[in-house]
Design a binder for this molecule. Sequence first.
Ligand code: NI
Length: 161
Amino acid sequence: MAIRNIREIGEEVLTKKCREVTEMTPRIRELIEDMLETMYEANGVGLAASQVGVLKRIVVIDTTGEDPYILINPRIVESSGEQTGQEGCLSVPGKSGQVTRPNYVKAVALDMNMREFELEGTELLARAICHELDHLDGHLYVEKAEGPLQDVNCREEEEED
Ligand code: NI
């Protein structure tokens, strides 16, 4: 496993639409393991493949820090309600912005064995699913942010951990 370089806002790869994964290969397995390691190392709750420069429809999400979800070719099939809150992104370091998202989403995706499964989430998990799936279509939360972005004091956050 290896930590990969996280691409930042302004880099073209973050604006591209990612392609579907058609089969599991050792290379994709390695990519997913690297994405998990990269996300944890950066203290993120989610990461899309495009954020490490790979245009494949793969995201990893872990909102609890102990139970990662791996979603291949994910799509949202149901959503309801509304939540408004602060959102950040590893590709937009040091910033956060207010974004309104559904409070509940149901996604369908493939797992590491290319078997379909459903993932339901509310609150932070619902927000993370929406945020990461946007990455797969080349969108960043900053496009949806209400009002100006705010500065986040990263050092303070690290000290709390
Ligand atoms: Ni992001």
